[in-house]
Design a protein around this ligand. Structure first.
Ligand SMILES: Nc1nc(=O)c2c([nH]1)NC[C@@H]1CN(c3ccc(C(=O)N[C@@H](CCC(=O)O)C(=O)O)cc3)C=[N+]21
Length: 287
């Protein structure tokens, strides 16, 4: 059986480092999360972020706005938080309702407060090697691999999925770590032939159990970024990954869902909130 790469275990180092950096700052960073509407997954993720932020000792405010909130009102809130020195980090939970232009909203956030790392300035710096706030899930995956001593340098790494949130930034981070990176997606013919070449396989598509054991090289490390919610006959909701659990019979190591990448994403968000506070302080003293 594959080794389980556990998010609770791997995030401990990230969180204790964040705690020490908060103490060194001399003030408590403040995370602001904005959510529109009542999509059950968004409500539950935002609640988790708020809870973990407070457990770490950060200040955390959730702005739960109506689904019908206008783009202009959302932009005014973001501008108010941009100029509020007590707001260290701003996150707008995605997906947004259809009447709101996601690009406009993400570009309105001050890059130094952009704890999601989605602003074009942070995306550009991520690819060119500058001082960027990295996106939480991809950087959380890197922290996970580092914690379990998975060295990607010189390895054949395959990412399935090319989203702006996970696949593309993950490619940037893995290139920086000297991996040979292949990005596969829905238009890749013979996906299994590509995934079978991977020493490290990362799957971020959002389709339940897309990856089966025949698609995985024996001994590979497999990271499952999938989160598909399903309501079961008993009325309870459960979350499923993109990787079928029996992949654990061929892989050397596998991240479980839940309990793998998800907790790393949240821990990285908190670490980014501390980084944002540090960057803002640096910008104040060096005009
Ligand atoms: N602006 C923005 N930034 C995001 O980072 C963002 C977003 N929008 N929209 C949705 C996705 C999804 N996402 C997750 C966060 C935590 C878990 C997580 O902790 N999952 C638990 C299970 C869920 C639970 O226990 O409630 C686990 O895998 O163990 C998963 C997924 C962040 N996202």
């Amino acid at each position: 059986m594959a080794r389980a790469l556990r998010g609770d275990e791997a995030s401990a180092a990230l969180l204790s480092d964040a705690r020490a950096r908060i103490a060194a700052l001399g003030f408590v960073p403040h995370l602001h999360v904005i959510r529109l509407g009542e999509d059950p997954a968004s409500v539950s993720y935002v609640r988790l972020k708020d809870k973990r932020a407070k457990e770490l000792g950060l200040k955390s405010t959730v702005h739960a706005l109506a689904e019908e909130t206008t783009q202009a009102d959302l932009l005014s809130l973001i501008e108010a938080l941009n100029s509020d020195s007590d707001a260290s980090g701003i996150l707008v939970q995605l997906p947004l309702p259809r009447h709101v232009d996601e690009t406009r909203v993400l570009e309105a956030i001050d890059p130094l407060k952009d704890v999601d790392g989605f602003h074009p300035v942070n995306v550009g710096r991520l690819w060119s090697g500058g001082d960027a706030l990295p996106p939480c899930t991809p950087q959380g995956v890197i922290a996970m691999l580092r914690h379990y001593d998975v060295d990607v340098a010189g390895k054949s790494v395959v990412i399935v999925g090319r989203s702006n949130i996970v696949g593309k930034p993950l490619a940037a981070l893995l290139l920086r770590a000297n991996a040979t990176v292949t990005v596969a997606h829905s238009r890749t013919p013979n996906l299994a032939d590509v995934t079978r070449g991977a020493d490290v396989l990362l799957v971020a598509v959002g389709r339940k159990h897309l990856v089966t054991p025949d698609m995985v090289k024996p001994g590979a490390v497999v990271v499952d970024v999938g989160n598909t919610w399903e309501r079961l006959p008993d009325g309870k909701s459960r979350v499923f990954g993109d990787v079928r659990p029996d992949v654990g019979e061929v892989a050397a190591a596998l991240t479980p869902v839940p309990g793998g990448v998800g907790p790393m994403t949240v821990a990285q968000l908190l670490a980014n909130t501390v980084s944002a506070a540090e960057l803002q302080r640096k910008a104040e003293v060096t005009p």
